[in-house]
Ligand binder design. Structure first.
Ligand code: GTP
Ligand code: MG
Length: 201
């Protein structure tokens, strides 16, 4: 699939205020600073579309982008930023749980993990939450430009082994780099395959 147009729609703190759920939607989530917003920009060939920052905690709201006038990409605030207060963490949890569990047009959630590091409990816990609630998801390994092929393969394998402790079958995964534009085509192809499964409400 080719992206012909991509534009920002709206930012909201609550799923109830998000755009009408009448076209397919794909969410990007993962730890703060993992590269969600950067990957959205890379996918859309549009540098300033989603706001990025080298400081964690940049994305604070539920952000909708409309692609090809036909489907939504949703950029979500990240989890696991150590400097966040307990209250903010609880609010994040409420916002994200509300969004994930109620957004009826959500076709797939992409959970982004940093390809440079070994499996983190917080990522596994989030995937378990999705699994327990029957929310379809896939995994995106980010920043693959930052490490050697051998180390990348070892980290992916470690992640798979961790997940096999919980599941017999694993979700699809993608290796990406927003910097080097790696993995874009596969993700877009995947979305293109899922889009026709959307049922109009
Ligand atoms: P929050 O909104 O704070 O949750 O972060 P985010 O997950 O949206 O991360 P963001 O896209 O803002 O990127 C965080 C930092 O990582 C920025 O400094 C990016 O330039 C950098 N970054 C993102 N993707 C890549 C990548 O593929 N390669 C490299 N080398 N750096 C990346
Ligand atoms: Mg962001």
């Amino acid at each position: 699939m080719k992206i012909k147009s991509a534009s920002f729609v709206i930012s909201k703190p609550n799923w109830k205020d998000c755009p009408d759920a009448i076209i397919p939607e794909y969410a990007f989530i993962g730890r703060s600073n993992v590269g969600k917003s950067s990957l959205i920009n890379a996918l859309c060939n549009h540098k300033g579309l989603a706001k990025t920052s080298s400081t964690p905690g940049k994305t604070q709201l539920i952000n909708h982008f409309i692609i090809n006038e036909k489907w939504y990409l949703c950029d979500l605030p990240g989890y696991g930023y150590a400097k966040v207060s307990k209250k903010s963490r609880e609010e994040w949890g409420k916002m994200i749980r509300g969004y994930i569990l109620n957004r009826t047009n959500l076709m797939n959630t992409f959970v982004l993990v940093d390809s440079r590091i070994k499996p983190q409990q917080i990522d596994v816990d989030f995937m378990l939450f999705l699994g327990e609630n029957g929310i379809p998801f896939s995994i995106i390994f980010t920043k693959s430009d930052k490490l050697k092929q051998k180390d990348l393969a070892a980290n992916v394998k470690a992640f798979e082994e961790t997940l096999y402790r919980h599941w017999e079958e694993l979700p699809p995964y993608f290796i990406t780099s927003a910097e080097k534009k790696i993995g874009k085509d596969k993700i877009l192809q995947y979305i293109g395959e899922i889009n026709p499964m959307f049922e109009q409400p």
